[in-house]
Each structure stands twice: as structure tokens, then as C-alpha cells.
Design a protein around this ligand. Structure first.
Ligand code: HEC
Ligand code: HEC
Length: 347
């Protein structure tokens, strides 16, 4: 008995010793290579030997300035002392009418309008038809899915070329003038200040360790690249869908007015409150809700279902228009939630 116990004690002692040693070794290797979560995704990938995209800013274009690019994106023009002036790009819109410039998804590897609505609401951001410009430079393709299918030749040059994508959006989406080379390069320079950081990727502890040791030159580069590349979308998918059938037999959606209110305030009112970008003023009066409620079920250009899924048409450069919401930017359920809110607020 005594002998057995002594042997057991000895084993336990050895066991603890090995565990402690392993722990010390582990934390030692951790502290030798902590992962810098503020590091840029692009730079980290490049360090691991993978050039994920090739549209770096061309600093040889004279006048290029990220600050000016930021002005154009946020205000549509630039007037900074000592810098070249930029005339208003569009009479109708600025880039941030339709695009956020902050991160708008809790998980960048999927596109989920329900998760996005909750996320932007918490951050106080709008909920919009176009994809955030945050991380746009990390994408490899532009105008995907039905933008490509339905607009074919128009988007072809922009599919794999972010400069063409910006130019296309300036003239077709924003209905404005063509950007000069240095203005375009300035926008690109600004977009490179809002590119993805490692902290934007939802990595597990183990994944972070793999990346950290690969960055420290301890091998497993391919694994690290694969981990990083799996954490964000290389393009922004878009499906144009029809409004739901309003036929009584098929119609059994039930909406949540609380969510509907978020859609109304964070999305519709971003452009319609006090006629910001549209002749149509969507305020919080029962008259407005009555109007939307009465039109909702009709075959009407004022039906929320139609205007959400089809948008409105524009005459090139002549007037503003409303971009449609693809499925990825508003779910059928969210539309029904909006409907429930409108019904509740109408007299
Ligand atoms: C009226 C709305 C609107 C305005 C204004 C607008 N855009 Fe867009 N933009 C869109 C839509 C819709 C798309 C389609 C693809 C997407 O974003 O999901 C798009 C696509 C893009 C893309 C490609 C994104 C991708 O991943 O496919 C870039 C880059 C872009 N816009 C930049 C700009 C810039 C820069 C401006 C300002 C000069 C601007 N846009 C103004 C609506 C707009
Ligand atoms: C990015 C800005 C933007 C957002 C977001 C937006 N709209 Fe619009 N909307 C417009 C513009 C601009 C027009 C004017 C179109 C025109 O002049 O043809 C418009 C027009 C409309 C019209 C009238 C359609 C017509 O044929 O005249 C309705 C109804 C409408 N919007 C409802 C909504 C609702 C509901 C939402 C929220 C789900 C919404 N809009 C979100 C910009 C926007």
C-alpha cells in the first residue's frame, strides 16, 4: 500500500512538472510572437508571400491624397487650403448616400442582412443598398451576381478593376461627372486607409496562434494564408429578387414592427427624411404612414415592395433615382417587418 502511494505521488509530481514546463514553453512561444491585431490584412498576407490584390495606390499620379479622397467620398467635393480643389462630383448624391465607410457586418465571411441590421443599429450606422466601402480594396471582384448578369457590358470593365468600379459608380450610381485621374487615385488612396485589419477577422485563438507563428517565420504559411482568406468575402454577392407574391393564398408573412422601425429609420429615412436625396419626404407623421400603407399592396410605384425590389429608373445624369435592394441587402422578412411597422403607425 505504502509503496503504491509513493509511486503514485511520484507520478503525480512528474505529471505536474511536465504540465508546468509545457505551460511555460507555451507562454514563452506566445510572447515571442504576439499577433498584432491592428496589422493590415493585405500586408500580413504579403508578408506570408501572398499578394491578395494588385490595385495599390499609384503615388506617381500627381496630386493624389487620401484626405482629398475622403472628402470626395463623404462630401462630394474638396476645398482644403494649399491643396487642389475638387468640384462637386454629383448634383444628386455623395458616395456615402449609398455606401457606409465603416465595417457593417459582424462576420465578414457571410452576407446576412438580419445580422447586419442589428450590427449597424448598435453602431449607429445606416442600412443601405450598396456594400460598405470598408474593406473594398481587399475584394477581388466588383459588381457581382446580378449586377454582372443584368448589366453585362456596362460592368464588364469593372469586374476585376477597382478603379473602373469607382469610375462606373461615380457616373452611373452617383449620376455625376467622370473623375479625373488624380481624384480617382485619391479615392483609392482613401479606401486603402479603410482596408481590413486582422482584428476584423473572427479568428479563434488557435487560428490566431497559427497566423502569429507563421508571421514570426516559424512555418505553416499556407495554413495561415488559408485561415486569413477564409474569414472575409472576396466579392459582394447580389441577387435581384421579385417582390413576394401578394396573392392572398401565398401571403402569410408576419412582420416584427420593432425591426421594421429599424429598417424605416436606418434605411428609408437615410435618404428620405426631410427630402435629403429625394422629392419624397418620409417623416414620422401618420399621414406619411397612411400613404405608404395604402400603396403597399397596390401595383404602384409607391408600393414599398416594388420600390425596394426594383428601385426607380434614372435618366443618365438627369435626375436622381433609388437603387434597388438585392436579397443580400434586405430580406423578405425585413420587408415584412417594415410593412408591420408602417401598418402600426398608420391611422
Ligand atoms: C446611388 C447610390 C450609390 C452612390 C451614390 C454610389 N454608389 Fe457605389 N455602388 C452602388 C451600388 C448599388 C453598387 C453595387 C455593388 C455593391 O455595392 O454591392 C455600388 C458599387 C460600388 C463599388 C464596387 C463594390 C463591390 O464590392 O462590388 C465601388 C468601389 C463603389 N461603388 C464606389 C463608389 C464611390 C467611390 C462612390 C462615390 C463617388 C459611389 N460608389 C457612389 C451604389 C452607389
Ligand atoms: C440611397 C437613398 C435611398 C434609400 C436608402 C431609399 N430611397 Fe426611396 N428613393 C430615393 C430617391 C432618390 C427617390 C426618387 C426617385 C426618383 O426621383 O425617381 C426615391 C423614391 C422612392 C419612392 C417613390 C417612387 C417613385 O417612383 O417616385 C418611394 C415610395 C420610396 N423611395 C420608398 C423608399 C423606402 C420605403 C425606403 C426604405 C426601404 C427607401 N425608399 C430607401 C432614394 C432612396
Amino acid at each position: 500500500m505504502m509503496y503504491l502511494n509513493a509511486k503514485l505521488t511520484y507520478r503525480v509530481f512528474i505529471g505536474i512538472f511536465i504540465l508546468a514546463a509545457a505551460f511555460m514553453f507555451q507562454s514563452a512561444s506566445d510572447s515571442s510572437a504576439p499577433l498584432d491585431k491592428d496589422a493590415k490584412l493585405y500586408k500580413t498576407l504579403a508578408q506570408l508571400g501572398y499578394r491578395s490584390v494588385d490595385h495599390l495606390t499609384d503615388l506617381t499620379v500627381e496630386g493624389t491624397s487620401a484626405l482629398i479622397g475622403e472628402d470626395i467620398v463623404k462630401y462630394g467635393f474638396s476645398e482644403r487650403e494649399g491643396k487642389q480643389k475638387v468640384k462637386r462630383q454629383s448634383r444628386h448624391f455623395v458616395c456615402v448616400s449609398c455606401h457606409n465607410v465603416e465595417r457593417e457586418d459582424p462576420d465578414l465571411s457571410v452576407t446576412d442582412p438580419e445580422a447586419r441590421l442589428a450590427y449597424v443599429t448598435k453602431k449607429g450606422l445606416p442600412f443601405l443598398q450598396a456594400t460598405s466601402l470598408y474593406g473594398a480594396v481587399n475584394r477581388k471582384e466588383f459588381y457581382n451576381g446580378d449586377y454582372e448578369k443584368k448589366y453585362g457590358e456596362l460592368v464588364e470593365p469593372a469586374r476585376h478593376d477597382i478603379r473602373e468600379a469607382i469610375q462606373l459608380c461615380a457616373t452611373e450610381c452617383a449620376q455625376g461627372r467622370t473623375l479625373k485621374d488624380w481624384e480617382l487615385e485619391s479615392i483609392l488612396a482613401y479606401l486603402w486607409t479603410i482596408d481590413l485589419k486582422l482584428s476584423d477577422l473572427n479568428m479563434t485563438g488557435a487560428e490566431e496562434e497559427t497566423v502569429a507563428s507563421a508571421v514570426a517565420g516559424e512555418g505553416k504559411e499556407i495554413d495561415a494564408i488559408q485561415i486569413l482568406e477564409s474569414k472575409y468575402l472576396k466579392n459582394s454577392p447580389a441577387q435581384f429578387i421579385e417582390p413576394p407574391a401578394r396573392d392572398k393564398k401565398n401571403y402569410n408573412w408576419i412582420g416584427d414592427p420593432k425591426n421594421g422601425r429599424l429598417v424605416y429609420e436606418n434605411s428609408c429615412q437615410h435618404c428620405h427624411y426631410q427630402n435629403k436625396y429625394s422629392y419624397l419626404n418620409l417623416d414620422d407623421s401618420s399621414l406619411t404612414f397612411d400613404f405608404l400603407n395604402n400603396k403597399a399592396d397596390k401595383y404602384s410605384r409607391y408600393s414599398i415592395y416594388q420600390v425596394i425590389r426594383y428601385g426607380t429608373y434614372s435618366m443618365h445624369g438627369k435626375s436622381s433615382y433609388m437603387p434597388r435592394y438585392p436579397k443580400e441587402k434586405m430580406s423578405d422578412q425585413q420587408m415584412e417587418d417594415l410593412r408591420a411597422y408602417i401598418e402600426l403607425m398608420a391611422d
